[in-house]
Design a binder for this molecule. Structure first.
Ligand code: DPM
Length: 356
């Protein structure tokens, strides 16, 4: 390589969590970018987050926001890294004011999956004996599954995916785990999935299965670089989902669940709010039309529009706005049916659990 071409190469620093899943996700994003931009080098910088360090407390009870993202956002803010790869579902619906989501990548399987203890390998949740213990720290999963499978018990399980699978197989405590299929598949553990939970029994979390790239809002070079990764359909679905969460003022510790789908120009959304024990469940379905208009043209301007912190120059404003409005309208409909009360009781119960 000549000295001249060496000089032109750009170095981009990428932040990630240290877990195997986070590394797999970040490596895949960097590999896609390398294919698209031959003149850029990438340096991956991994770090531990609060969520990785506190392993003995249920997620919903730690009470701190941005559990898995805060340290990474600090590194981004300080300029130690240029972008961070996250699971979109771990990103707050409201990001720090100087941060945006510069890319949402094509969604993996968004559903939840059941991984059985080897002795139950061929069973489904319905076949497990009375009072079998299912490991999950997700209040969303527990609330929905209690409705469908009242014979089961649910216990929190923490740690990264490797730790959880080891606990399932080696401790005799859990009969099964419920995990996001996306993470399981990225780890190449597909063969461990005994059952996929479809929307009639368990709706997924906002953003589940999609990867997101977080960038400083004023770093237009990096925004232009990562915008090549955007998957339009995933992006529009996730804008609607994030708008629902933001409008409900809910987070990862509240039982809010969704299903979205695009058919032609129609975006459909089912949204649900549940009480922690699953006894109450509000569920609604709405749709909107995604009109086809010009994408945002200007790639280097300070007035790029954000939709629930998502920026996408290549996607039409009108479509992004329609998706955001669908999430907002869904939240308003659910609130009009009593979602506010259900959520405030759930928050209070979480806070009480924290004190115990
Ligand atoms: C959030 C939740 C969980 C993670 C809550 C939920 C699951 C917690 C648990 C917001 N983040 O889903 O209702 O099971 O104790 C997380 C996982 C992935 C991203 C692992 C998983 C991988 C899948 C993806 C943890 N965050 O859910 O099994 O990229 O969407």
């Amino acid at each position: 390589m000549s000295a001249e071409s060496m000089e032109q190469r750009k170095m981009v620093r990428v932040g990630t969590r240290k877990s195997q899943l986070a590394m797999i996700q970040t490596n895949s994003v960097v590999a896609s970018l390398k294919k698209l931009c031959h003149d850029v080098d990438f340096d991956i910088i991994s770090m531990s987050t609060t969520g990785d360090k506190i392993l003995d407390t249920a997620l919903s009870k730690i009470g701190e926001k941005s559990l898995f993202t805060k340290e990474l956002e600090k590194a981004l803010d300080d300029g130690r890294v240029d972008f961070v790869v996250h699971s979109l579902k771990d990103l707050q619906s409201t990001l720090p004011p100087n941060m945006v989501i510069g890319a949402v990548l094509e969604r993996e399987d968004p559903y939840d999956a059941v991984l059985m203890h080897p002795k139950h390998a061929t069973k489904h949740l319905a076949d497990l004996p009375e009072n079998s213990v299912i490991g999950t720290s997700s209040v969303r999963r527990v609330a929905q599954l209690k409705r469908k499978y009242p014979h089961l018990k649910f216990e929190s399980v923490r740690g990264n995916l490797n730790t959880r699978l080891r606990k399932l197989d080696e401790d005799e405590m859990y009969s099964a785990l419920v995990l996001a299929a996306a993470g399981v598949k990225r780890m190449d553990w597909d063969s461990r999935i005994s059952q996929t939970l479809l929307p009639d029994e368990c709706l997924y979390a906002v953003g589940q299965g999609a990867l997101a790239v977080e960038v400083r809002a004023n770093d237009f070079d990096t925004l232009a670089l990562v915008s090549k990764l955007n998957h339009e359909e995933t992006l529009l679905r996730c804008v609607a989902e994030r708008a629902l969460l933001r409008e409900l003022d809910a987070g990862c510790s509240t039982p809010v669940a969704v299903y979205t789908e695009i058919k032609g120009k129609e975006l459909y959304m089912t949204g649900a709010v549940l009480s922690l024990d699953g006894s109450e469940c509000l569920k609604e379905t709405m749709q909107t039309t995604l009109s086809d208009t010009q994408p945002q043209q200007d790639t280097s301007s300070a007035d790029l529009k954000h939709y629930v912190s998502v920026v996408a120059q290549t996607v039409s404003h009108q479509a992004m706005k329609a998706a955001e409005d669908l999430g907002i309208d869904m939240a308003k409909l659910l609130i009009s049916k009593g979602a506010g009360d259900i959520l405030s009781v759930a928050r209070q119960q979480n806070a009480e659990g924290e004190k115990k």
